[in-house]
Design a protein around this ligand. Structure first.
Ligand SMILES: NCc1[nH]cc(CCC(=O)O)c1CC(=O)O
Length: 298
């Protein structure tokens, strides 16, 4: 998936500047290597730490990140900045069931492979008769584990399936009412060194203004909520035809029995205010307690 993402950036960059040479430097992060629960890795940034180092040391000039994996509760690493966010891909999750069934059709006890508390909580909320089994690894590995019988079905980001050319495996695309997406779903961010004005200017031209606004609102929400590693927080912003921005967000208990929800619409020009406002509405409803409880249990 990561290599497909980098290829997209290379294609878009060379379309902009014909003849530009782009050298790809693959990096394996601790999040990729670690087979267990991400919360046991002791902190956030499991998919970004090693890449930040290469960027800061000058070994690479540009990093491509899934914004979903970039910690949102603190500023981006000192000395780096996101030059832009690319046009957003699909934000929804997909079900992959080898028998071709949808969630509504799955028999009680069906084991869904996922380690994400956001997915576990929402599945328990809407489909309490289904069970989940932990599964980690990149999307290709998870599909292999499904085939090997580690789970009966999988939940994966549809955009991830698109990037690895496996959309044919999806048996259902879940609407955002059933499975609220994570902050930054389907968004690729281009990270540069803060003092590298030339690269920032060049790659910044690949950015989408709508994605910038949406992602800024979503990440501000996460920042104000101060989630823990893998907190059961979901939310996504969408741009309305009149240009305004809507942000809908949810916080769950791990068992999905308690859920808080807020949705607000704000002016296009102030996504930070919208993210903050929705976060405060959730905090007033008790989001702090839910987030902290989940961290203790996890
Ligand atoms: N944590 C892994 C990860 N990081 C980003 C995506 C999906 C693509 C995206 O939303 O950008 C995935 C896989 C998944 O959740 O199925």
């Amino acid at each position: 998936m990561a290599l497909a993402q980098v290829e997209r950036v290379r294609t878009e960059l060379t379309a902009l500047v014909p003849g530009l040479t782009v050298e790809v430097v693959p990096v394996t992060t601790s999040g990729d290597r670690w087979p267990g629960a991400l919360s046991d890795l002791g902190g956030k940034g499991a998919f970004t730490k090693e890449v930040d180092q290469l960027l800061l040391s000058g070994e690479v000039d540009l990093a491509v990140h899934c914004m979903k994996d970039v910690p949102g509760d603190r500023p981006v690493p000192a000395g780096t900045t996101f030059a832009c966010y690319l046009e957003r891909d699909d934000v929804r999750d997909a079900l992959i069931h080898p028998g071709g069934l949808s969630l509504d059709q799955l028999p009680p006890g069906t084991r869904i492979g996922t380690s994400a508390v956001r997915r576990i909580a929402q599945l328990s909320r809407h489909y309490p008769h289904l069970t989940t089994v932990p599964i980690r690894g990149n999307a290709n590995n998870r599909l292999a584990k499904l085939e090997a019988g580690h789970a009966d079905a999988l939940l994966l980001a549809y955009s991830g399936l698109e990037r690895i050319g496996e959309t044919a495996r999806a048996t259902q695309i879940l609407d955002v009412g059933t499975m609220c997406p994570p902050i930054g779903a389907g968004v690729l961010g281009l990270q540069c060194r803060e003092n590298d004005a030339d690269t920032i200017e060049l790659v910044g031209r690949l950015g989408s203004t709508d994605t910038w606004r949406q992602t800024t609102a979503e990440r501000m929400l996460l920042h104000v909520l101060q989630g823990h590693c893998n907190s059961p927080i979901a939310g996504f912003a969408s741009s309305l035809p009149d240009g305004r921005l809507t942000l809908r967000a949810m916080v769950f208990s791990l068992d999905g029995k308690t859920s808080l929800e807020a949705e607000e619409t704000g002016s296009t020009s102030d996504p930070v205010l919208l993210g903050t406002s929705v976060a405060i509405t959730l905090l007033r409803q008790g989001a702090r307690e839910l987030i902290d409880e989940s961290a203790d249990q996890h």
